[in-house]
Write a protein of this length. Structure first.
Length: 225
């Protein structure tokens, strides 16, 4: 049975480069691959862009309202009709922007269609909150692999920060829509993140309700003790 792989890392950890290398490896062995990304990711338009300067057009993009499994089946048929070869792998860039149901479709492709799926993305946003797509990938992927990068202090970077017009910001929409402002991101270790955020990991997370907090503080379930 094929598997669903989630390869995640902070920004600048080489996710797109790794994806393009995986595609090259398949094609070097004369196997067919499909590359896709969510439509909401406008970086590079319909290209996957590596920070090393390598870029490649995706085979298709998927909107949040679309059935990913259905779109994949259509694109798969196009490749097989044109080349006479079966698709050997689906590679997904910026997988954090997928919906939870679309991530479920990736698992169906791996299990039912028996086609390996390699999904690449970041786990959390600039407020350290998991993207819905990433959270679902962490829940159901067969294999998890962290791609590492370095903080400005030399430690491993694990968090992503957002700067607007040169200033760090720690509240706002999860997906930034650029509208006349310069938005850049920097990957930081936990210590450097706290220095910039004033000691706070998430300024907008809702406090647990009293009943839920009580449940967390109660004794372990005997089945798991």
């Amino acid at each position: 049975m094929a598997k669903l792989y989630f390869r995640y890392g902070a920004m600048n950890s080489g996710k797109s480069t790794n994806l393009l290398q995986a595609a090259f490896n398949y094609e070097e062995r004369e196997q067919q691959v499909l590359l896709m990304k969510p439509r909401i990711d406008t970086k590079g338009d319909t290209d996957i862009v590596s920070r090393l300067g390598v870029r490649r057009a995706v085979d298709f993009v998927v909107g949040a309202e679309e059935d990913l499994w259905e779109v994949f089946a259509r694109e798969r048929r196009k490749i097989e009709d044109r080349t006479g070869k079966a698709v050997s792998c689906l590679l997904v860039d910026e997988a954090q922007f997928l919906t939870e149901s679309q991530v479920d479709d990736l698992l169906r492709i791996a299990i039912i269609d028996n086609i390996p799926v390699l999904a690449y993305g970041i786990r959390t946003d600039f407020q350290t909150v998991a993207f819905p797509g990433s959270r679902r990938l962490l829940e159901i992927s067969h294999s998890l692999e962290e791609l590492k990068t370095i903080c400005r202090c030399g430690k491993k970077a694990v968090f992503n920060t957002r700067q607007v017009d040169g200033e760090f910001v720690f509240d706002g929409e999860q997906v930034a829509i650029e509208d006349g402002v310069e938005i850049v991101y920097e990957s930081l270790c936990g210590n450097c993140y706290l220095q910039e955020s004033g000691g706070v990991f998430n300024r907008t997370r809702r406090v647990l309700t009293e009943s839920l907090a009580t449940a967390y503080n109660s004794a372990p379930d005997p089945d798991f003790s």
